[in-house]
Ligand binder design. Structure first.
Ligand SMILES: [Fe+2]
Length: 293
């Protein structure tokens, strides 16, 4: 069994701190759940654990990603394993935010592994913000095979699919992917995706994006993962996605396949067309003012 169950939070270093605050509240529909001079936390509803943390910075880039461990024992197991694998590893911390540690992966990214304290908070039905959760994070890597090997060895993740030799999709549960890697020249964030409960909810998100003239690409339905998508460019050119109906695989029968990179891989419906050039550039991370990972 995989010792992590999901990606639980994405933390970004941002040069446009105030603009980012406005974006995640007004355009993206999250609610602020914590704030200091240097940091802002957002979630789907007041009282829920943060899905997004923003750090005031003079460089844009990924600060860290947080993975949710299935138990305190899983945190201990992964801490030991990360040390054995030669990763730079922090000490174990036990506080109000949970039982956790951080590690640095083979390309310098910071990964936090956390077992939340007590009962895991779920979003109430009448949430004040958008009913959503963090679905998946896609990262740009210079070595796709090494990325797959590293995360399979460290986290017992499974490979769900490949997009030729350009992308690999990794799962921690039967959900098709919660982490994926894209081959690129810059070690950076490609995009972070937020799952909403239905296509109806996704279309309401589309309405809000249209109101703010913020839709960049979609709607469409991806090939690998079978998920419906809407993409949006936030401040500092970070790419975020609303998604729905991601595939849940049968662990006994699913075999990873190599998808041929043709238009149907990007969008089975054929409604979205090709992603705009600017979106593609931002996904590579090359347009950021700097990358901390
Ligand atoms: Fe995605």
């Amino acid at each position: 069994m995989c010792p992590i169950s999901a990606v639980s939070c994405i933390a970004l270093n941002v040069t446009q701190f105030e603009a980012s605050r406005g974006f995640f509240i007004d355009v993206w529909g999250l609610v602020p759940v914590g704030e200091t001079e240097e940091r802002l936390d957002f979630s789907a509803a007041a009282g829920s654990a943060p899905l997004v943390s923003l750090y005031r910075s003079d460089r844009d880039g990924l600060a860290y990603i947080q993975l949710k461990a299935t138990s305190r024992e899983a945190v201990d197991k992964l801490h030991k394993r990360a040390v054995q694998m030669g990763c730079e590893v922090s000490g174990l911390v036990d506080d109000d935010h949970g039982y956790s540690f951080s590690l640095t992966d083979f390309e310098g990214r910071t990964i936090k592994v956390t077992c939340p304290p007590g009962k895991i908070t779920t979003v109430p039905e009448q949430a004040s913000g958008l009913s959503c959760r963090l679905s998946h994070i896609v990262l740009n890597t210079r070595d796709l095979q090494k990325a797959a090997d590293f995360y399979v060895a460290l986290l017992d993740m499974r490979v769900s699919d490949w997009s030729e030799d350009k992308m690999v999709f990794l799962r921690a549960s039967s959900e098709h992917h919660c982490l994926a890697f894209n081959l690129g020249e810059v070690v950076s964030l490609n995009h972070a995706a937020f799952e909403v409960p239905s296509i109806d909810a996704l279309m309401r998100c589309l309405g809000r994006l249209r109101k703010f003239d913020a839709l960049t690409w979609g709607p469409g339905r991806h090939g690998p993962g079978d998920n419906v998508f809407l993409y949006c460019l936030g401040p500092s050119n970070f790419v975020v996605e609303y998604t729905a109906e991601i595939q849940y695989v049968d662990e006994d029968t699913h075999k990873a396949k190599v998808w041929e990179r043709k238009p149907e891989l990007l969008d089975q419906w054929g409604t979205a067309g090709m992603p705009p050039e600017k979106l593609r550039a931002c996904m590579t991370g090359a347009s950021l003012t700097g990358s901390s990972a």
